[in-house]
Design a protein around this ligand. Structure first.
Ligand code: NAD
Length: 315
């Protein structure tokens, strides 16, 4: 029989991912559906009203348990560890013993919570599988189906990995096998730690160069062909006008929210503590995000707004 699919968490990332999954599912007829649930009633009503949102059909069900009981492969895309733990506890308490279901959690959470959720699932039902598959690529990547998935899957479930990889290809451009369960998140959080620090340092360096009288377009060209180059200096340059495609060039609107960067940095600090890794600038960097995020002029803006904060400070 054909497998059925479910998606729990239809926010900025989850909804476009679920739509891509449904639209591109191989070998399904035009009427096939993906079972979905979100605890936000308004979001669900909108999907139910819009019978054919962007060409795909999503079957809205009444709870996460309903979605999981009607689906063989279930994706979750939830905000924080507490939500992921809550949903998986609920599922494990309410699903049967021998389901052979595959759960794929794409949320960005700490590795420990992810491994605990994986254990919850497989302790209850050894025939089931739990895979972590956090993403990078943001809302645009979710909409275009070009996300990078970093996947952690235990060795005894490699058949599951193959199956999940084929499905993730419908929502992403690059699927990376990172190793055992939890390793997808390990890679994601270590990467985002680097981004969190580089973002602050890049804003500081450009602010310093400005104060020293450098032409910032010229300075950007130098950095981007020198050892200081990074995604933050090149693709997401913090100085308005240096790169017209960046959020900084449209008053820091869109992009990767400063609050989301603070959240991911907090998770990286959690896993650093869990694994006994020394982090020299993590706490200070966290403080920087926490303070700037509170300011009216910076709230909800792209994380590169730290450059504007430094300018405002030194005026
Ligand atoms: P979001 O807040 O837009 O969406 C999360 C959705 O989950 C919401 O619609 C919420 O109602 C729903 N939800 C919460 N608890 C639930 C529950 N118990 N049952 C059912 N639904 C529930 O968040 P998002 O931007 O879609 O991000 C989701 C995850 O992806 C986060 O972990 C985030 O860090 C990660 N992520 C986000 C981005 C981005 O650019 N937004 C990029 C990469 C990774």
């Amino acid at each position: 029989r054909d497998l059925s699919y479910g998606f729990i968490g239809l926010g900025r990332m989850g909804l476009p991912m679920a739509l891509n999954l449904q639209k591109k599912l191989p070998g399904v007829d035009a009427d096939s559906k993906v079972n979905v649930f979100d605890m936000n009633k308004a979001a669900l009503e909108q999907i139910a009203k819009d019978k054919d949102p962007k060409g795909a059909q999503l079957e809205v069900l009444g709870s996460a348990v309903d979605v999981a009981s009607k689906s063989d492969v279930i994706f979750t895309m939830l905000p924080e560890p507490v939500h992921v733990r809550g949903v998986y506890t609920d599922l494990v308490n309410n699903l049967g013993d021998k389901t052979s279901k595959i759960f794929v959690d794409c949320s960005t959470i700490d590795t420990q919570t992810s491994i605990e959720c994986g254990k919850l699932v497989t302790d209850k039902d050894a025939s089931a599988a739990f895979v972590d598959a956090p993403v990078s690529g943001g809302v645009v990547g979710a909409e275009k189906g070009t996300l990078t998935f970093m996947v952690g899957c235990n060795k005894d479930k490699q058949q599951v990995y193959k199956q999940v990889e084929e499905l993730l290809k419908l929502m992403g451009g690059r699927i990376v096998n990172c190793g055992t369960q939890g390793q997808g998140l390990a890679a994601k959080l270590a990467n985002n730690y680097l981004l969190a620090v580089t973002n602050v340092a890049t804003a500081e360096a450009f602010h310093l160069a400005e104060k020293l009288g450098c032409d910032l377009k010229l300075f950007s060209d130098i950095v981007n062909s020198s050892s200081g180059r990074s995604w933050s200096s090149e693709v997401n340059n913090p100085v308005p006008g240096v790169n017209p495609a960046t959020p900084s060039s449209r008053d820091y609107v869109g992009g990767f929210g400063i609050n989301l960067m603070r959240k991911d940095l907090g998770l990286a600090i959690d896993v650093a503590k869990q694994s006994g890794s020394s982090m020299l600038v993590a706490d200070k960097t966290y403080e920087v995000y926490q303070n700037i995020e509170k300011g009216d002029n910076y709230q909800g803006k792209d994380m590169s707004v730290i450059y504007k904060f430094l300018q405002d400070q030194d005026q």
